[in-house]
Design a protein around this ligand. Structure first.
Ligand code: HEM
Length: 575
């Protein structure tokens, strides 16, 4: 047989095998009794992770009935569709592919059961790439997770929260001064500036390195080609490629184009930045005899080093590689998530001045004339700000879907589904063992049964007022922030709930209150004269444009963000 025939034979047998596996998986998926859609490729496969984005523009042009599989397996699309596809197919449905089956669900009961039960429903293998810098709390399962979580938990304490508050206030004041000093308060850099603030807060409260808003982490440190922020962002944006490429092979590096070589530089320098952080922190701890400033990394190193000195076995402490893995994950999980939430919130409040004034009423009442309000006295009372955060996360949460796999020990996985009506009993869903699960959190957040007028930005839905008081002061004191309702899980739920939730909440309320007490943020447009307030049709057109920019969001790196953040023009006016 000649080589061409051999290749044809190999390709044909590959496709026949794929078709057979698809048929088998389809039969398995049908047993669940849920609607099944067929996918020609496994959406979790390495091939699709790399090529998925490239094929989306082509697939987009084809009829929806043929491309549903692609639409539900692409993160940007699943966000853009909200719960539309679930309204068509049901709150839970199956996707059968040649690689594996996927249960895609927005059913709040299923979301809750899966997330509360970490031993039965585990982090699947797609998290493996995040171990590139070391194994960490986000990627591991079972006993290994318990150890990581126990040793990383002390990082998120009230001392750190107080420090997050102070640093966020300081950074927000500098950002505000920058906004007001240039172009008469007109700007299009909200999404960039909140990134700088979030990175600086993470640097200071996370890693003990304080930066000035201007410059700071944007400049390379001595002996580096890249700044910390550039190396981090390059790493985050090219994660899949970074994992696949042998960066250690120096001769291969030399043959690469400059653009790709810079990714290698980012990997090396980001690792060095982490090494520096650990060394500096250990040095500071030794000098200050354990009294260094409260931050995530000092808590991480201290807990781990204490375990080491007390002779604890490696099974109850973290190795230096694991410390690095966790620092990386704090960077990954704690930066863009909070930065983008802040950016969306500022822009949504520019679109909704009525809610901006509602929030400012609370800020005046709680902060008064205090220049440096104290964390303990202030943060817990900023309920309306927290309502704005909840509502922003409901509509623009950075993590719209959460993946899970079924643990090998969970041999008969079954879950109760939400009953269609109170009079009907809940039915049980039995899932084939090899299924992966996608918890479609964003679809649940935009389900009209759980959240009336689901696409409307309405932070007031999170506030309960116990009396209709004649004065705003009295009415504020009777207000309570409603606990997160069923189906609301921007920070996940259960034992693996985001440990950085409080960190993000404190940062959010400090930044928003610092800025909004001083300025009013309104929608503007590229052509508008700086310092001039738009009114009438001009304002309406600017709002429409801004709304378009916010809606044009998708997955950049690992979180949801605006594709054209530089087109989001706003105008600030001093109050
Ligand atoms: C608005 C901001 C944030 C949101 C919406 C958010 C959301 C989430 C979600 C949904 C998860 C669960 C992911 C999964 O199970 O697959 C998670 C996990 C995690 N987050 Fe956050 N996060 C935020 C901020 C932060 C911050 C500031 C930090 C740290 C500084 C952080 C650190 C982590 C870590 C370490 C995990 C893994 C926990 C585990 O698996 O036990 N996050 N976050």
């Amino acid at each position: 047989m000649d080589s061409v025939s051999l290749i044809i034979l190999a390709i044909t047998s590959f496709f026949i095998r794929q078709l057979y596996k698809l048929y088998q998986n389809y039969q398995d998926a049908r047993k669940t009794g849920l609607p099944v859609i067929l996918a020609p490729v496994d959406p979790y496969s390495f091939f699709w992770q790399i090529s998925g984005n490239l094929s989306v523009p082509i697939v987009k042009k084809l009829p929806e009935c043929l491309t549903l599989w692609c639409r539900v397996s692409d993160l940007s699309w699943s966000w853009a569709h909200g719960d539309r596809i679930h309204r068509k197919l049901g709150t839970s449905f199956m996707l059968a592919s040649p690689g594996r089956n996927l249960l895609i669900t927005s059913d709040p009961e299923v979301i809750n059961t899966v997330l509360q039960n970490r031993k039965a429903f585990i982090k699947p293998d797609i998290y493996e790439p995040l171990n590139f810098f070391g194994r960490n709390v986000d990627t591991v399962n079972g006993e290994e997770w318990s150890r990581h979580r126990k040793l990383t938990a002390p990082c998120f304490n009230e001392r750190v929260s107080g420090f997050v508050w102070d640093e966020s206030t300081r950074q927000a004041q500098s950002m505000l001064a920058h906004w007001l000093s240039s172009n008469k308060g007109k700007l299009n850099s909200v999404h960039d500036d909140t990134r700088v603030v979030a990175l600086h807060v993470l640097s200071a409260a996370g890693f003990g390195i304080s930066h000035d808003f201007h410059g700071g982490a944007r400049k390379p440190a001595e002996g580096y080609q890249m700044s910390h922020i550039e190396s981090l962002m390059t790493v985050l944006n090219h994660l899949i490629m970074i994992i696949a490429f042998p960066w250690n092979l120096k001769f291969l590096n030399l043959l690469l184009p400059e653009k790709i070589r810079r990714i290698g530089t980012a990997v090396r320098e980001f690792r060095r930045y982490m090494d520096d952080m650990i060394t500096n922190e250990r040095r500071a701890m030794a000098k200050e005899q354990g009294m260094s400033k409260p931050n995530l990394i000092s808590a991480l190193i201290r807990t781990s080093d204490e375990a080491k000195t007390s002779g604890a076995s490696s099974s109850v402490r973290l190795s230096d590689d694991e410390i690095k893995g966790n620092i990386f994950i704090f960077n990954l999980a704690g930066h863009d998530t909070t930065a983008n939430t802040l950016a969306y919130a500022f822009l949504l409040l520019a679109l909704h001045p009525e809610y901006q004034e509602w929030v400012v009423e609370e800020i005046y009442e709680v902060l008064g004339k205090e220049e440096w309000p104290e964390y303990e006295k202030t943060h817990p009372r900023l309920k309306r700000i927290m309502a704005v955060m909840y509502e922003t996360l409901r509509l623009y949460g950075p993590v719209p879907t959460i993946p899970r796999g079924i643990a090998p020990s969970n041999t008969h996985p079954s879950i109760l589904l939400t009953s269609p009506s109170p009079s009907q009993p809940a039915s049980t869903l039995v899932i084939p063992q090899t299924t992966n699960i996608t918890l479609n959190i964003h679809a649940s957040h935009t389900n009209s049964t759980l959240f009336p007028s689901p696409t409307t930005f309405n932070p007031k839905r999170w506030i309960h007022s116990s009396s209709a008081s004649p004065t705003p002061q009295l009415s504020l004191s009777t207000e309570t922030l409603l606990p997160p309702s069923q189906g609301f899980a921007p920070w996940s739920l259960g034992p693996r709930i985001c440990p950085g939730m409080k960190f993000a909440q404190v940062e959010f309320s400090a930044v928003l209150s610092t800025v909004l007490r001083r300025v009013r943020v309104t929608a503007s447009s590229k052509g508008a004269a700086p310092g001039v307030e738009l009114t009438g049709p001009g304002l309406e057109a600017a709002k429409k444009e801004l709304e378009g920019v916010i809606r044009d969001s998708g997955f950049m790196g690992v979180t949801l963000s605006m594709r054209r953040g530089g087109d989001a023009w706003v105008q600030c006016f001093e109050r």
